[in-house]
Structure formats: C-alpha cells, structure tokens
Write a protein that binds this ligand. Structure first.
Ligand SMILES: [Zn+2]
Length: 191
C-alpha cells in the first residue's frame, strides 16, 4: 500500500488537522528523517499553506486543534504542538498546549524545528566558525577524531554528508564516516 493510501485509510480521507475533505496531501513532518506513515500527516492545502508560511497563519483556523490534538498518531500530535506553540500568544492555544501531554520522544520530535520555542529553549547547532548547522547538511572534519569505542580515527578533512542533529544537545551531531554512524562534536566540524 502506498503512503498516501495508508494515510487516507488512517484518516478516513480527511485532513488530520481540520477534517477538510478536499485538496489533501502528504505532509512529511520535518525533520523528515523518520518519514513513513508514522512521520507523516494527511493535510489539506489550507493547513499546509499556513504550516509552511507562518506569515499567513490565521489563528481561528487552528481552533480545529481543539479536537485533532487528541489524535493517537504521533505526527499529528507533533504538528498540533508546533502550531499551538506558534500561536500561544493568542491565549487559548497556550491553554490547549497545557493540556497536551507528549511523551519525551514525541516532545523532542515536536521541538526539533524550534517552532514556537523561546530563544533560551532553542537547541541551535553551530560549527567551528559559528555557522548554524541544519539536518541534512554536509560538513568537513577540522581535526583528526578518535571514534569512541573503536580503533578508528576519522581524519581531518573527511566529508560527512547528510548529518543529523542531536535535538537535545547543541554540541552533538551524527553522521556517517567510512560507513559507520558516529557522534561528532560540532566544534570539530566546518560547514
Ligand atoms: Zn486542514
């Protein structure tokens, strides 16, 4: 079964956020490393437009989250959490947010894009030069690094493609060196 079919079945062919039935598309909830049905939402064009263009957010449209935030599906919970966080200064979204309990893993996923977080709460990864790193970036090692738990040394100048960020710790990223997934300290890489 294709992803769109799985989502249509799961949702009863409705927007999983506002229940609209037209112009439904797959929304892969960023950072889309999880992907698949567990990391995706079936959403209508109106919801998608606003999710992706914060300037166009119409707070009233998102009163639908009153219902949809109780979805049993993680990706829907995450989008609800992010939109409520974005709108929390309106008052009522903060009230809903206070009721929305997410387990630790889901909360880390929800916070992964820094949506709606205060500056003090944001986990921002920076390379040796202070340049902001994002999931999917390519970096180069700026010194030889011993790989913990093995005899391998990752050489200075090695390119690491498609990095992943540790969303709980701004000092760590992950990436593949010689086919092995390793944890790398951000101050030893350059974008
Ligand atoms: Zn919708």
């Amino acid at each position: 079964m294709s992803l769109i079919q799985e989502l249509q079945d799961r949702s009863g062919n409705k927007c999983e956020l506002c229940s609209a039935t037209e112009n439904l598309k797959i929304y892969e909830v960023p950072p889309a490393t999880t992907g698949g049905v567990d990391g995706s939402v079936l959403a209508c064009a109106k919801c998608l437009q606003q999710i992706e263009n914060p300037d166009t957010t119409d707070a009233n449209h998102w009163r639908c989250l009153n219902d949809s935030m109780w979805s049993e599906h993680r990706a829907v919970q995450v989008v609800a959490w992010r939109m409520l966080s974005r709108l929390k200064s309106e008052g009522w979204p903060q009230d809903l947010l206070d009721m929305l309990y997410l387990d630790d893993e889901t909360l880390a996923f929800a916070k992964a894009t820094n949506e709606g977080l205060d500056d003090s709460e944001k986990v921002i990864h920076r390379d040796v030069n202070g340049v902001i790193l994002e999931s999917g970036d390519s970096v180069v090692l700026v010194k030889d690094l011993k790989v913990k738990g093995s005899s391998m040394v990752a050489k200075q100048g090695t390119a690491v493609r498609n990095i992943r960020l540790d969303h709980e710790n701004a000092d760590y990223i992950e990436g593949k060196v010689d086919g092995q997934q390793i944890v790398i300290i951000t101050k030893y890489v350059k974008k």
